[in-house]
Ligand binder design. Structure first.
Ligand code: AMP
Ligand code: ZN
Length: 481
């Protein structure tokens, strides 16, 4: 399997740090506003990547952070506004009863999870919140100070970029360019304009935490270094984000993590999704081009159709959406849904007939994998899906499909469109798809040999894929999670 790496700007073979396992960190949402469809393009790419890795047999550990420390960005530093304060004001204007920044974060985290579930995301193994990890960040900052990679000015701690020769390799920026491009240095505390804050004290910030440098708050970048290394180890296989995360966020994460651990590379594959435009413009409230997932659901698009639209273009391609993109996606999902129903009908009817679909299924999966292994070429893979759907529909029209053949076609349809793409709606009243049933069977075997650890692990894996299995006297019972 080959994936693009922003660091080397090349498509490279994925060689896991630990055979068979992949550790992925997705930069998650900032939670002082509603996430928009653009944010969800990046998140949906992360979810599809995880699903595809699992389909290819990897055991994936996926972490997605929730940034709930309200930053003072450069603009905000000058204006003196905390982003959480803006969130608080916005919610109060909408009549939502919130009294502190933690409640603002809770509100938007809930909204994020609702949208994520509506789009049929698998649960990341953890969604760590920045505010729960301040001691981890403090420890990392202390390590950087001890190693001479950071310096302290009063209550502030800065990373010293001149001590890290690889600074700028991810984004292509050089320290000279940054220095030349820097406006009149507004912060005389910094030794170099590219030095960035690891810890800040500023009374205007709403959230304050104790630290060896006084009460203050952590910089944005240190949060992701601390949480990714805490849960995934000092080196990761894949780290994702949107293209605007490349600089400075991910550039700074590399500098912090590698300077603290002495291990390089911090991340083997940096993967970035290009931004989504709406009607040729950036997503912006004032331009009327800001849509949330809830807005689209309210307009009558299903979560599966929205998801189809979001994952059906290559992640490294800039996309321009309008409502028509979602109409097209709706029609495509309806065609696949119809095929799913037809196949379920034949599968359940116990008809005999020729077994012609077996080889069609094998050929489709093989071509699908070849496209997806090539840096997730979804356009090619979707071409295979639709060609497969046409061929199977034709065989069904001819009336020559046996139940066994329909079962094989169902497995392929579900593997590609549900397990990997996640946009196939479940047929009402139907049980779990074949891959989940397979996990259920393995779990029953584990229970039979009294291997409770394995049985619990499988139950968690099944739950992460959206199903709940309950043990009853009559055997396992299935529910949608
Ligand atoms: P934020 O909550 O602003 O930190 O954004 C969350 C994620 O969405 C980040 O990885 C951003 O890079 C990404 N993102 C922001 N705007 C867009 C967009 N228009 N299209 C795709 N991804 C975006
Ligand atoms: Zn991040």
């Amino acid at each position: 399997m080959r994936l693009h790496n922003t660091y080397t700007k090349a498509v490279e073979e994925l060689a896991p740090i630990e055979p068979g396992r992949i550790r992925v960190y997705n930069c998650g949402p900032t939670v002082y506003d509603s996430p928009h469809v653009g944010n969800f393009r990046t998140f949906a790419f992360g979810d599809m990547l995880r699903r595809y890795l699992e389909y290819r047999g990897f055991q994936v550990a996926q972490i997605m952070n929730l940034t709930d420390v309200g930053h003072l960005t450069q603009d905000h530093v000058e204006a003196g506004v905390d982003k959480m304060e803006e969130g608080l004001r916005r919610l109060r204007e909408q009549g939502v009863n919130v009294s502190n920044p933690y409640e603002v974060a809770d509100y938007f985290i809930k909204e994020f999870h609702e949208a994520r579930r509506a789009l049929n995301f698998r649960d990341a193994h953890r969604f760590p919140r920045a505010t729960d990890h301040v001691p981890d960040m403090i420890r990392l900052i202390q390590a950087l100070l001890e190693k001479g990679a950071a310096y302290r000015v009063g209550g502030n701690v800065y990373y010293d970029v001149t001590k890290f020769p690889a600074y700028g390799r991810l984004s292509g920026n050089t320290l000279e360019q940054i220095k030349a491009g820097a406006r009149i240095e507004i912060n005389p505390e910094k030794r170099h304009p590219a030095d960035f804050a690891l810890w800040k004290t500023d009374p205007r910030h709403l959230m304050q935490f104790d630290s060896p440098w006084g009460r203050g708050f952590p910089g944005w970048h240190i949060e992701c270094s601390a949480m990714s290394m805490k849960y995934l180890g000092e080196q990761l296989d894949i780290h994702t984000g949107g293209e605007d995360n490349i600089f400075p966020h991910h550039e700074c994460e590399i500098a912090q993590s590698e300077a603290a651990t002495g291990k390089a590379p911090f991340v083997k594959h940096w993967m970035h999704a290009r931004h989504l435009l709406w009607d040729g413009k950036k997503m912006s409230k004032s331009e009327g081009t800001f849509f949330t997932i809830e807005d689209l659901l309210r307009k009558g698009y299903s979560g599966h159709a929205i998801r189809y639209a979001l994952v059906s273009t290559h992640y490294r391609q800039q996309v321009n959406y309008t409502l028509k993109s979602f109409d097209d996606a709706k029609a495509a999902v309806a065609r696949l849904d119809e095929l799913n129903r037809r196949l379920q009908g034949v599968y359940g009817a116990g008809v005999s007939g020729s077994e012609t679909l077996q080889s069609l299924c094998e050929a489709a999966e093989k071509k699908f994998v070849a496209f997806m292994d090539d840096d997730l070429n979804v356009s090619g893979a979707l071409g295979v899906v639709h060609e497969f759907a046409r061929d199977v529909n034709k065989a069904l029209d001819d009336g020559s499909v046996s139940s066994a053949s329909a079962g094989a076609a169902l497995k392929t349809l579900v593997d590609l469109c549900d397990s990997v793409f996640g946009f196939l709606p479940p047929v009402a009243g139907s049980g779990p798809p074949p891959d989940i049933l397979e996990l259920g069977r393995s779990r029953q075997e584990a229970r039979a040999r009294r291997d409770w650890k394995e049985s619990d692990r499988l139950r968690d894996e099944i739950r992460a894929k959206g199903w709940i299995v309950e043990d009853t006297k009559e055997g396992p019972k299935w529910k949608r999670g």
